[in-house]
Design a protein around this ligand. Structure first.
Ligand code: ADP
Ligand code: MG
Length: 828
């Protein structure tokens, strides 16, 4: 009966942290309500206990304070809870499939319309003034930079300019007024001091330092605070330290989230250094597959995705006293989801401080979302930046970037260069070309130090970008978008902006996702330019025309949630007990289609049942920090008795494409070595397994890797990941079993996860995806590229000149009927 049910719920609420997991089966509003009740009950018990035990006994001051604190909390939560009861916010119909689809659609389109309307209002373009300026300036373009028909400063350098690019100076981005020499002075002075002292001096020179006390006061006064400040003002490295100094780490850790792994690692390293502690002790970081923290950790830098996962184990983030969602303007998928979750828990954790920090002007939007949270602005310290556009569009931006860098190097006064490129491959190419072009020049030009930075760069090399440039030399940093706001490199005076970024795009109709090199937004372009004006007046060279800027670039980047596959997020939310996704409080809702697609796929993978509820399989899948299709492949390996083999494959797939090494002068050798693993046309997944197992047999030998043209660094990473997956298998109680001789068992496991990626050979040698009839091709690097099996299942699609399937295994058509009869009804 109802009464009994309620009693059961009450009892489970009183239970310890572990039992919180059981709460996840409730809908979001029930869940929150129960969390609140639980907290109230705890507090009431505590208060009563203490009053009873100490009745008549004089409490110590600390005890009194503690008791007072608890009473305050109790009142606060109670008041909020009553207020919340009077709001209809959470009273919407629950399961999305209980209501007619039409109605849902309609509600969604209303929300969408509202979103568009707000956007329309925002058409108050913040750059309007700037653009007008530019137009005016372009009209009377006066200053030409490095123009062909101009005599160069020195004839010595003419050889560099066989090809060169014409720029037009378009405008100047104003800086802020402050004492220019102050900083240079202090840096000079600090040189004489000990390194540790100098470091502390440096901290005090950051713009944020002046506002330290005000900031702490604001944090004290408000539960949620939006913080806005220029990149490099010290938000990420200083705020957590200030909070620690002010005592916020006494009752829990401080979490600071970053959208990028490299940023989390690099910033944690910096802060550990500033505090004079070993990285991983008091200051640590946590990124997927790498936890560099310990029991001592009080400042924890982490990717936004990792904090999201922590909600699974600790739905109220009880171990944290402060959560700082940093780089909020990036609006990554995980950050957007975090917004909603932290907002939720702040209701019953009034002691939890929330900081939302951002480098740009979206502050109002964040503030609105967090119930008009106050905005704390840290005035920037920015010098003016001259903006130059190319006269004509550049066909090859990579080449143009290199030519521009060399032009700057030989004609411009000292100051480092930052080039924004789209990814590792491009950065490596640029590095090679730059080295090649400067090599022959010897002492004719000053030394050019080339520093790449991208996500997979080994940690030891990452630190190099921060090393001060020696006198007489110039540094050129080749960076991905990570240098736009996440990392600040001191000494940059020149920015080269080709105007592109690698971005995920998703087609909800077909469920296909690809990484595409796309034009950046105007907001991004302004951020990039700003990077050159941090320590002195700067120059930004845009490798596109002012017309392009004006007409081809969007004002702002579309939030990731609106252009990505949501399967993973939906699975996470479902495991958190959040059922009603269509009414989840997204800052910007994702397309309804994308949500439905995700639900459909999770249903096909048996992670959800017909009612959209999490199944046992789904619950197990959610434990793995992987794409749901990979998780499913792992979970199902229990059935096929090959879990050991499958996690090796999953670990190797997670490494991406950096396993085989193909030096330019030994390509034939490398290709032959690679073919060895494909004997018998076993397919790419099995080849990866063979690589892993062979390496393991040699006792993880480095020598073996060299001999087989395999990157030992990638293999070690795969081993780490595999170890963690093995640990997670234990957690979900799946035995380690191996079945290396039953090829079909392994292939069936793969198919069970990846059947939505099946395709069939066509007469012309191309393939058609089974579900959506899209034409795709086998990637030339696949071991099956010459074999062309009739049916294949692929790991991922990459779009280059064609839509290619990468990592392929052959399958038998009847497996699809066996494994996914509800997904495919095959005709032939
Ligand atoms: P914000 O978060 O406001 O953009 P940060 O706190 O990241 O600013 O940076 C403050 C200062 O710390 C900058 O001057 C930056 O150069 C310096 N810094 C950050 N990380 C490192 C690092 N790994 N090595 C050296 N300096 C760093
Ligand atoms: Mg930062």
């Amino acid at each position: 009966t109802r009464k009994e049910e309620e009693e059961a719920i009450r009892r489970s609420n009183a239970a310890e942290q572990d039992d919180l997991r059981s709460l996840r089966k409730y809908s979001r509003q029930e869940y929150l309500k129960k969390r609140e009740e639980k907290k109230l009950e705890e507090l009431r018990d505590d208060i009563e206990d203490e009053q009873y035990l100490f009745d008549g006994v004089k409490l110590s001051e600390v005890e009194q304070r503690e008791l007072r604190h608890k009473k305050e909390l109790y009142e606060l939560i109670k008041k909020r809870s009553e207020e919340a009861d009077n709001v209809n916010e959470y009273r919407m119909p629950d399961a999305y499939d209980q209501e007619g689809g039409v109605n849902q659609e309609k509600r969604f389109s209303v929300a969408m319309q509202r979103y568009r309307d707000t956007n329309a209002e925002e058409k108050m373009n913040p750059f309007a003034e700037q653009e007008a300026w530019e137009e005016h300036q372009i009209g009377k373009a006066t200053l030409k930079y490095g123009s062909k028909n101009k005599k160069l400063a020195s004839d010595d350098y003419q050889f560099v300019f066989e090809d060169q690019i014409d720029f037009i100076k378009a405008s100047v981005m104003d800086g802020d007024k402050f004492d220019n020499d102050e900083m240079a002075d202090s840096i000079e002075k600090s040189k004489a001091k000990s390194a540790a002292e100098a470091l502390q001096e440096e901290r005090k020179k950051l713009p944020i330092y002046t506002y330290r006390d005000e900031l702490l006061q604001a944090v004290h006064d408000h539960q949620v605070l939006v913080i806005v400040g220029e990149t490099g003002s010290g938000k990420t490295t200083q705020i957590p330290q200030y909070l620690h100094e002010a005592g916020y780490t006494k009752h829990g850790m401080i979490a600071c989230t970053q959208p990028r792994r490299v940023a989390a690692m690099s910033v944690a390293a910096r802060v550990a250094h500033e505090l004079g502690v070993k990285l991983g002790h008091e200051v640590g970081y946590s990124i997927r597959f790498e936890d560099c923290t310990s029991d001592k950790t009080i400042l924890k830098y982490m990717t936004d995705g990792m904090l999201l996962r922590e909600f699974l184990g600790e739905p109220d983030l009880a171990s944290y006293s402060v959560v700082m969602v940093d780089e909020a303007h990036e609006r990554t998928l995980s950050t957007d989801i975090l917004f909603a979750l932290v907002k939720d828990i702040s209701r019953f954790r009034p002691d939890l401080k929330l900081l939302i920090s951002s480098a740009t002007l979206d502050a109002e939007k964040f503030s609105d979302y967090f119930d008009s949270a106050p905005i704390f602005k840290i005035p920037g310290r920015r010098y003016p930046v001259e903006i130059h556009f190319t006269k004509a569009p550049e066909a090859d931006y990579l080449d143009a970037a290199i030519v521009t860098a060399l032009q700057i190097h030989v004609t411009q006064p000292p100051g480092d260069i930052l080039i924004f490129l789209t990814g590792q491959e491009e950065i490596e190419t640029a590095e090679e070309i730059l080295k090649h072009r400067t090599r022959g020049l010897g002492t004719k030009i000053a030394e050019l130090i080339i520093c790449p930075i991208y996500a997979n760069l080994p940690t030891e090399l990452q630190a190099k970008i921060f090393e001060p440039t020696p006198e007489g030399a110039r540094k050129v940093v080749l960076a991905t978008n990570i240098a736009e706001t996440s990392l600040t490199i001191d000494g940059i005076k020149y920015v080269i902006d080709p105007g592109f970024v690698k971005m995920k795009s998703y087609n909800p109709k077909t469920g296909m996702e690809s990484l595409l090199v796309s034009p950046i937004s105007k907001a991004s372009a302004m951020q990039r330019a700003g990077r050159s004006g941090r320590t002195g007046p700067g120059k930004c060279f845009r490798l596109y025309t002012a017309y392009n800027f004006q007409n081809d670039l969007d004002d702002n980047t579309v939030p990731e949630i609106q252009r990505t596959n949501l399967t993973n997020v939906v699975l996470t939310l479902k495991s958190l007990g959040i059922h009603d996704l269509l009414h989840f409080e997204f800052m910007d809702p994702p397309p309804a289609e994308a949500l439905l697609k995700a639900l459909e796929l999770l249903f096909a993978l048996s992670a959800l049942n017909k009612l959209g509820e999490l199944t046992k399989v789904g619950r197990r899948m959610a434990e793995f920090p992987l794409d749901p299709m990979l998780s499913k492949m792992i979970v199902v390996s229990e059935k096929y008795k090959c879990s050991e083999d499958i996690i090796s494959i999953a670990a190797m797939l997670s490494i991406g494409n950096s396993i085989f090494y193909r030096p330019k002068d030994k390509q034939v050798h490398a290709d032959n070595a690679r073919l060895n693993f494909h004997t018998g046309n076993v397919g790419d997944h099995m080849a990866l397994l063979k690589v892993y197992n062979s390496w393991k047999e040699t006792n993880y030998s480095t020598q073996w890797c060299y001999e087989n043209y395999i990157q030992v660094r990638s293999m070690k990473r795969a081993r780490d990941i595999r170890d963690q997956l093995a640990g997670l298998l234990e957690r979900v109680e799946i035995e380690l079993t191996t079945n290396p001789n039953d090829l079909d068992a392994i292939k069936k496991s793969i198919t069970s996860g990846f059947f939505p990626h099946s395709s069939k050979l066509q007469k012309n040698g191309s393939y058609r995806t089974l579900k959506h009839g899209q034409t795709v091709h086998i990637h030339p690097s696949s071991g099956l590229a010459q074999v062309l099996p009739k049916w294949v299942v692929y790991h991922e699609l990459v779009l280059t000149t064609k839509e290619y399937m990468r990592q392929i295994t052959e399958l038998k058509a009847e497996w699809l009927l066996e494994i996914a009869p509800h997904y495919y009804q095959l005709k032939d």
